[in-house]
Write a protein that binds this ligand. Structure first.
Ligand SMILES: [Zn+2]
Length: 79
């Protein structure tokens, strides 16, 4: 099955799909008290991982360099 999507290229999520994934991330995010997804009873459950990867995966890749560059600063912040 094909959706007319070029291979090896990340298609941007449609608004509908993005809001669906956002809902899944919201429902399946770890509860601060329980420390796990309240639906699956698993920390960072599969549903949460799948949806957040779709939602934030490409963002993380783009921001990776900036994050790595700013990491060492945090450790030397304590005195
Ligand atoms: Zn879950």
């Amino acid at each position: 099955m094909t959706f007319g999507q070029p291979e090896g290229q990340h298609a941007p999520l449609s608004d509908r799909l993005a809001s669906d994934y956002r809902q899944v991330v919201d429902i399946h995010s770890d509860d601060p008290v329980v420390g796990a997804c309240l639906v699956c009873r698993v920390s960072r459950c599969e549903d949460w991982r799948f949806a957040s990867e779709r939602l934030f995966g490409f963002v993380e890749q783009q921001a990776e360099q900036a994050t790595v560059a700013s990491l060492p600063e945090r450790q030397s912040d304590q005195s």
